[in-house]
Design a protein around this ligand. Sequence first.
Ligand SMILES: Cc1cc2nc3c(=O)[nH]c(=O)nc-3n(C[C@H](O)[C@H](O)[C@H](O)COP(=O)(O)OP(=O)(O)OC[C@H]3O[C@@H](n4cnc5c(N)ncnc54)[C@H](O)[C@@H]3O)c2cc1C
Length: 444
Amino acid sequence: MSKPNDYDVLVIGAGVSGLAAASDLTRAGKRVVVLEARGRVGGRVHTERVGGHTTDVGASWIHGIDDSSLHDATRALGMREAEFTVGSFQAGGRPMVYFGPGNERLSAVAADGFIADVAALDPELERAIARAPEGASYADAVQSAVASFVANRSWDEDRAERVLEYHRHRAEEQYGAWWDDLDAHGLDDDQIEGDEVVFPDGYDALPRALAAGLDVRLETPVNRIAWSGGGVAVAAGETVFTADHVIVTAPVGVLQSGQIEFAPALPEPVARALEGFAMNEFEKVFLRFDAPFWDDGVYAIKRQGSAAQWWHSWYDLTQAVGTPTLLTFAAGPAARATRDWSDDEIVASVMSSLREIYGAAVPDPESARITRWRDDPWAQGSYAFAKPGTPPEAHTILATPIGGVLQLAGEATWQDDPATVTAALESGRRAAQRVLFGHDAPAR
Ligand SMILES: Cc1cc2nc3c(=O)[nH]c(=O)nc-3n(C[C@H](O)[C@H](O)[C@H](O)COP(=O)(O)OP(=O)(O)OC[C@H]3O[C@@H](n4cnc5c(N)ncnc54)[C@H](O)[C@@H]3O)c2cc1C
């Protein structure tokens, strides 16, 4: 008789996905071990507490709390929240101040006109995406929608350019990708149901609560997963763990890098689905000031025009975090170009943009924090996006159970709302269901 496996289930990665899976399985009586490369849990949900500042350097928002299982979870934990509804890229919806291409402050009428143009394009864009041929990019779909709009509604070049620019920035801020690099359907899931919220005391309360009582082995990077009908043998250096099942929640970038050897290699259709995604370039730039110098009572400061190609949106986090703080993003091309810059160089570049609209007297920030997720070996980017030619179903395909013993889970494997904490949570729970009730348990 062959030797029994050490555990029922091994979970690779102690981010929200892995912890959600492990927690459901442990509660169901399974013997579970979570193997985590880092010295902490939470993965891309990570809160820093430095010098009296609480900063979510990974995820901050629940993008829409209506009908949200994630919001149910954070409420059940009693996590203090603050409404911040323009966390996803929106033209309006909450008070914002707009600066036009000539650095002039847009009047309410002009800003409303632009917001209405963005809204008016939506149905045409939906149609353009629906009829986009395989391999078309988000840029192709937007350009075709705007072209027909120009023809039908006589937008002048400038009006059309403002809307095109809005969608370029949307692809960058929502997916950290240049709009040519994102599939036409890449933002299909970008629907916000209800208010958005952030967590002033830190989002990490969620992974910490999920991890409570679990057997989590920190600083245990997995480098090999051998799988067969009899189960799995997972190696972390010299140590080998065996189990009946393994759930792998390492990010797409880690899987693509070959850091984890699969023996045999991941089969179809999972292997092909994995190739359809890329890790993005999306970094947060937090600027903390002694006192605010910007408009009072606005959620966001938006700048239009070619001078604002990189730095175009600043979010006022003051209410949420308690100190005068602006957040902007280095996303897509801006993140790529500034990847090797020092923090001081990035701050100087952002500040020079702010001074172009608020004047030379704007002071330097008292402190700044710039994330470097792209250089993080256990993330290799902030989240995954679908390359042109990758259909929305590729998310679900990525989670196809393999050989009755192996499943991928994590943000990229959830089709409804990929690239989010919701996706991480739901995909982890689905993986646990499939271990408990068989691999036909519902997939979404
Ligand atoms: C800057 C930024 C902003 C974001 N903003 C939002 C937001 O506002 N709202 C939102 O919903 N989402 C946001 N996200 C996305 C969200 O954080 C992720 O989708 C989610 O946290 C991913 O969870 P996960 O469990 O799938 O992956 P992860 O959290 O990455 O967990 C995977 C774990 O696997 C570990 N691991 C990797 N390789 C190995 C290995 N070889 N062996 C062992 N362990 C390994 C990693 O260390 C990690 O802990 C943001 C992300 C970033 C980075």
